[in-house]
Design a protein around this ligand. Structure first.
Ligand code: PMP
Length: 420
């Protein structure tokens, strides 16, 4: 029964029922955490072989991987990921363990030195379009560097292009964050059409950049592989070859803390990026790159490994969706995404109650990502969004946490309905 259809007495009874359920939850003395999208140890075990992959011959393509140098990264590994990411291998750089660092550095380079042929961004106001809900660490980079964030809605096929079109008439708008495939946290996939429109947009800033963070390019939760739009090709065809910077990594393919990151873009952007990183480092960790190339073997090797991740992850997502639908569905107090890949489920509870839900959960021993985290400045204008990360906890803990979360959502909704 929906809360709207209840009489006052029925609503009071419903609230009392939820308060009792919550008191029982607190009694259970839980200590659970569904905050961050980390791989579980079962998933990390899939790449145990990476630690023992023989690399003692230490040579790849004539390069002694133990030494300094090779800023572009090992060709052997780049060849595997160029195919998976759909970019030319000579337009792909392999770096160290975090694509987030590449994103951060690219923005810092643009701020301090400008993009190829452009003036330093820091010389004027800098604004970024932030499809929301989105990835909190993208927003943290902007906040940290004093970049003003403009939220635009993240829809099922990508950012709200009407809003994007309007904002890019401002020359201070220098960039947009996009997680094109299985977006964090909604799971949305940017359609070909939206990608083509982003590629051909008329922007007031000639040095406008699309930060195309393809962190979940091969992270399908079903056996249907969803191919990301070819943003590098689309932008090139539209006459804006330097517009996209594509990022990816093996963080959620092999070892989250010890993977390899990638950056792809136009030849000018790659030369620009390497000219700055050459000052920052005398070369990436090529031993780890060689280990990855040998352990993964081929693009198919990567897809085979991802199928094994899916075997672990898909049942967890199914459990999350089942509990949401069983516990919350009948009361119509929430909506949620049904992602076909990636690492998150995005839950929208009754407007104005997300912070209360997170607080209730915390007081019952269940850690959730702070309400609003998926929005610029941590401010969800409707205070309704909660990001659920099913990957890390073992199944039993995940289902306990989800049952507890459902209780908190219902209690917060009942409190709000009674006070209305
Ligand atoms: N981008 C997105 C969208 C992510 O969700 C994550 C991890 N949570 C990252 C980047 C981080 O990637 P990396 O480990 O390569 O820094």
């Amino acid at each position: 029964m929906t809360l709207d259809s209840l009489s006052r007495d029925q609503l009071d009874a419903f609230l009392a029922e939820q308060q009792q359920a919550y008191a029982d939850l607190q009694q259970a003395g839980l200590k659970l955490d569904i905050t961050r999208g980390k791989p579980s140890s079962d998933q990390l075990d899939l790449s145990e072989g990476l630690l023992t992959t023989p690399v003692e011959d230490h040579v790849s393509g004539g390069v002694d991987v133990r030494n300094y140098g090779g800023g572009t990264g090992l060709a052997e590994l780049r060849a595997i990921f160029a195919e998976l990411l759909g970019v030319p291998v000579d337009q792909l750089v392999a770096g160290n363990n975090a694509s987030l660092s590449m994103m951060h550095d690219s923005i810092v380079f643009a701020m301090l030195h400008g993009t190829p042929g452009g003036s330093p961004w820091k010389d004027g106001p800098v604004k970024f379009l932030c499809p929301s809900p989105g990835y909190d660490r993208h927003f943290a980079i902007c906040e940290h560097l004093g970049i003003e964030m403009i939220p635009v809605a993240m829809l099922e096929d990508g950012p709200d292009m009407a809003a994007v079109r309007e904002h890019v008439t401002d020359p201070a708008v220098k960039g947009i964050w996009i997680v094109p495939t299985y977006a964090n946290p909604t799971g949305a996939v940017v359609s070909e059409q939206v990608a083509a429109e982003l590629a051909s947009l008329d922007t007031a800033a000639g040095d406008f950049r699309i930060f195309w963070d393809n962190a979940y390019a091969v992270h399908d939760l079903t056996d249907q592989h969803v191919k990301s739009a070819d943003i590098v090709g689309l932008c090139s065809a539209a006459g804006h070859p330097d517009r996209p910077l594509m990022f990816a990594s093996t963080s959620k393919i092999t070892l989250a803390g010890s993977g390899v990151s990638f950056l792809a873009g136009s030849p000018d952007n790659i030369a620009w990026y390497l000219s700055h990183t050459a000052v920052r480092t005398i070369g990436p960790d090529k031993v780890n790159q060689l280990r990855h190339a040998r352990f993964l073997g081929s693009p198919q090797g990567v897809l085979d490994l991802m199928a094994r991740h899916r075997e672990i992850l898909a049942p967890k997502f199914e459990a999350v969706l089942r509990i949401l639908s069983e516990r919350l569905g009948p009361h119509e107090v929430a909506t949620w995404t049904t992602p076909k890949g990636g690492y998150f489920v995005s839950l929208d509870v009754v407007d104005g109650t997300a912070s209360r839900v997170v607080q209730l959960a915390k007081e019952a021993g269940i850690s959730l990502t702070p309400a609003g985290a998926s929005f610029p400045y941590g401010k969800d204008p409707r205070d309704r969004n909660i990001r659920i990360a099913p990957s890390f906890p073992p199944m039993a803990e995940l289902t306990q946490a989800m049952e507890g979360l459902a209780t908190c959502v219902l209690l917060a909704a009942a409190e709000k309905a009674v006070s209305a």
